[in-house]
Design a protein around this ligand. Structure first.
Ligand SMILES: Cc1ncc(COP(=O)(O)O)c(C=O)c1O
Length: 399
């Protein structure tokens, strides 16, 4: 059971009185993470991996230590396998650029993907001879494995799939998809932007070849995210950028890239943010991701139940609470989603997201909702009392 009072004390921003239900866009940050970042600026502010002086040594130690904590948090076999990049989007683009696809073949993805895990592949197809096949779930976000079996064949080079939909909150059977893809010799990249913050993650268990995720959605700072690359692909994968920090040797006519993960982290990295992300993982580890998952389910089940009782409200995504993380999308009658979100903010101090949530294929193809939805997304510091106040707000707006 989460100690909510203690957790909430770690997030002083909550004292402003806002019910923050926009966690799928970006989470709040606990004091421990803020202080850890400040410690870098106050105690050992220097560049990493370059200097012999004490500040640089300390910064490098903390920077490398953060890689280890993050790697451990996602179940990676070593810190070598986790490159610190800017965010999920950059991780996915790195994979797209590295794989090349000049020889054609097929990329399989799904209609529920965030644009970052969708247009990236459309661009690859536009630039190369490969094609993109899109698998669809039902309206609750449930996939039929037979559709993946039909789509993934020996011409498939990559399957790009999210673990959790940022609109429907549904969980995708990534492990089964990986096993199917591997039978056909295809690689799998997981978009972990919503999965890593909300569910226990073990990349060795799921077997994914790549997984991209963002620090700012999991209590960490903005401007930093990770890309897990499995050991087998680690030295076959091309960095997105190269330059300072990525080499072990350079001569007039060539260069040797450094070992992983340094070869992927060109230029001066987001040092404080990487160290902050390490602290965010420590925080989530202390709380326990299993507990986070249980709390997510409890709050979202009550949100769904409460919203269903309000006349004119339509909800999207799984009806079974166990199939959903703490993300609930809905609409109120014919009201524009932005109007609902604005009313909730100005009249009830509730922050929710509205619009297409960077998932236009899902909005257009699955629900015929180009104007989008209102999205309430919760996290470990939200309370049942906040959920009740949110439901009261929606009821008033709907009335
Ligand atoms: C499922 C999913 N994928 C990718 C992204 C992109 O994340 P970022 O903007 O941190 O790169 C998001 C952000 O909302 C997301 O929800």
């Amino acid at each position: 059971m989460l100690d909510l009072d203690a957790i909430r004390r770690d997030f002083p921003i909550l004292e402003k009185g806002v019910i923050y239900f926009d966690n799928a866009a970006s989470s709040l940050t606990p004091e421990q993470v803020v202080l850890k970042e400040m410690e870098f600026y106050r105690e050992y502010r220097a560049n990493v991996e370059r200097g012999v002086h004490r500040f640089s040594q300390m910064a490098s130690e903390e920077y490398e230590g953060a890689h280890e904590v993050v790697a451990d948090f996602i179940g990676a076999p070593s810190a070598d396998c986790v490159a610190m990049l800017r965010n999920t989007t950059e991780g996915l683009n790195l994979v797209a650029n590295s794989l090349g696809f000049e020889e054609g073949g097929k990329i399989v993805t799904t209609v529920i993907e965030h644009h970052s895990n969708f247009i990236t592949w459309l661009r690859v197809a536009r630039r190369s001879g490969c094609s993109v096949e899109v698998v669809r779930p039902d309206r609750e976000g449930r996939f039929d494995m037979a559709d993946f079996e039909a789509a993934i064949d020996d011409s498939t080079r990559l399957v790009a799939v999210t673990r959790v939909s940022n609109v429907l909150g549904c969980k995708v059977p990534v492990k089964e998809i990986v096993s199917l893809a591997h039978e056909h010799g295809a690689l799998v990249v997981e978009d972990g932007a919503q999965g890593v913050p909300h569910l226990p993650t073990d990349v060795m268990d799921s077997g994914v070849d790549f997984m991209a995720f963002s620090g700012h959605k999991m209590l960490g700072p903005t401007g930093v995210g990770g890309l897990y690359i499995c050991e087998e692909e680690l030295y076959k994968t091309e960095p997105l950028s190269i330059g300072g920090g990525t080499i072990s040797d350079v001569s007039l006519d060539g260069y040797e890239l450094a070992v992983a993960p340094l070869r992927f982290e060109a230029g001066t990295p987001a040092i404080a943010q990487v160290i902050g992300l390490g602290e965010a993982c420590r925080y989530l580890d202390r709380v326990g991701m299993g507990e986070v998952e249980v709390w997510d389910e409890k709050l979202s089940a009550r949100i769904v139940e409460g919203l269903l009782e309000i006349d004119g409200v339509e909800i999207y995504g799984p009806s079974e609470p166990r199939d959903r993380v703490g993300i609930v999308s809905f609409n109120v009658g014919e009201m524009n989603s932005h109007d609902v979100a604005l009313s909730l903010d100005t009249e009830y101090d509730i922050a929710v997201r509205s619009g297409h949530h960077c998932a236009l294929p899902l909005m257009k193809e699955l629900f015929k909702l180009p104007e989008g939805t209102v999205r309430a997304s919760i996290y470990l510091y939200n309370t049942l009392d906040e959920v009740e106040r949110f439901l009261g707000g929606v009821e008033d707006v709907a009335g």
